[in-house]
Design a protein around this ligand. Structure first.
Ligand SMILES: [Cu+2]
Length: 415
């Protein structure tokens, strides 16, 4: 697959949908912290994203296909009728990663296609950016406070993000059910500082997690990974028109970007996982500064570890870890705690390639060391209780000789 074909494919599955639209940035003026500049606002062309809401099935080891609800990226130009004919019943989990830039006007059109498996269920859907500071309830996606989108209708949400960081989005209609059923995704906001070559202390990147004004959040590669649980019995009950009792919530599947290990290390858009197109594989060259944009839309707290590599938490809940007086409150950790609805921005530096440690070689002859990014709880490292490593784990692969080209989209994988 050529690079440009790959980009098209990634774009079509919604990875970096907005990033590709961001172009020539205006001069960035130091105004401090998260204060936006009007110059930056004028320089960013508006971005349009189209999502559809429907149902479908995902693949988990040891089970028949698991019924889900979800958002899928769809073309702007299609009518509701065309969208229904083409996409109804083809939900994905997790939802597309939305990559947007501070001070960019974003129009997000949601079309509700209805459900194939539950035609009796006439639920509406919404898009709610969790933790996002929005001045108007109208675009906040809480149906009791504003509007929801009925079947075969569309609604366009408007956003102008002022605060960089990692957020998450989900449907807010019957949300305990719809969130568990899979209507969850990551949205992140790139800072206005991006594009300015002066801040990186290593002088090799123009990408930052926040408007840090000192280069401390510079990164070479970034990865957006959403943590979820799948309570398979709730999905089964939903498909069979049965009640599920939420106090019996005891999931047996724990996912990163809607995949369990070893699905997590398959590449983006892997053909064996048509409804789970977003990889959780972390591929880096030695010395790369990697930014993990993590969020949890499960219902349980998770503790994540990366044995062998120290993690530095630089942001929490879309806020740079810095006191009002400017004191750096970032911290190093080997265990990262993420509660439901919380987000973390974590930096690590890829260690040198170690030829005396165990190595593996991929189909292109590239050799790498493997580190596991995994849940600390062994019960969450199993697929439905089956023996062997599964669940909430993925690999960080550090390659010999820096063969990986620069990322063009977040979470890019190199087949
Ligand atoms: Cu919904």
């Amino acid at each position: 697959m050529t690079d440009s074909t790959r980009r098209e494919l990634l774009r079509s599955i919604g990875l970096g949908a907005a990033a590709t639209a961001a172009g020539g940035f205006g001069a960035w003026t130091v105004l401090g912290g998260q204060t936006p500049t009007r110059a930056a606002a004028a320089a960013n062309p508006p971005v349009r994203i189209a999502l559809a809401a429907t149902d479908g099935h995902m693949t988990l080891p040891g089970r028949p296909p698991v019924y889900i609800f979800g958002f899928i990226p769809v073309p702007q130009a299609m009518s509701v009728g065309q969208l229904t004919n083409t996409y109804k019943g083809k939900a994905q989990h997790v939802s597309p990663i939305l990559d947007v830039r501070q001070e960019t006007d974003l129009y997000l059109t949601l079309t509700n296609l209805g459900l194939v498996g539950r035609p009796d269920l006439t639920d509406s859907h919404t898009v709610h950016w969790h933790g996002f500071r929005t001045p108007s309830a109208l675009f906040d996606g809480v149906p009791e406070m504003s509007v929801a989108v009925p079947i075969e209708r569309q609604f366009t949400y408007f956003y102008r993000p002022h605060n960089p960081g990692t957020y998450m989005y989900h449907c807010h209609f019957e949300d305990v059910e719809h969130v568990q059923m899979g209507m969850t995704g990551i949205v992140f906001v790139r800072p206005s500082q991006d594009g300015d070559s002066g801040w990186d202390p290593l002088h090799r990147t123009t990408t930052f997690a926040y408007n840090d004004e000192d280069g401390s959040t510079a990164y070479d590669r970034h990865f957006a990974i959403l943590l979820n649980e799948v309570e398979e019995r709730q999905h089964e009950a939903d498909e069979q028109i049965q009640e599920f009792i939420p106090t019996e919530y005891d999931p047996a599947y724990f996912t990163l970007n809607g995949r369990v290990y070893p699905q997590t290390v398959l590449v983006n858009a892997d053909p064996t996982l048509p409804s789970q197109p977003i990889s959780a594989l972390i591929q880096v060259n030695p010395g790369d500064r990697a930014l993990l944009r993590l969020a949890n839309l499960g219902y349980q707290q998770h503790a994540m570890q990366l044995p062998g590599i120290a993690m530095k938490v630089i942001g929490e809940d879309a806020t740079l870890r810095r006191s009002p007086a400017g004191v750096d409150t970032s911290y190093w950790t080997n265990t990262l705690y993420i509660g439901p609805g919380e987000a973390r921005d974590v930096l690590f530096t890829a260690p040198p390639f170690n030829p005396s440690a165990p190595t593996a070689t991929d189909g292109h002859g590239r050799t790498y060391n493997t580190y596991l990014f995994k849940n600390r709880d062994f019960r969450r490292l199993s697929n439905g209780g089956a023996p062997g490593l599964g669940g909430m784990a993925t690999e960080v692969r550090v390659y010999q000789g820096s063969p990986l080209p620069a990322q063009t989209v977040v979470g890019q994988t190199y087949a």
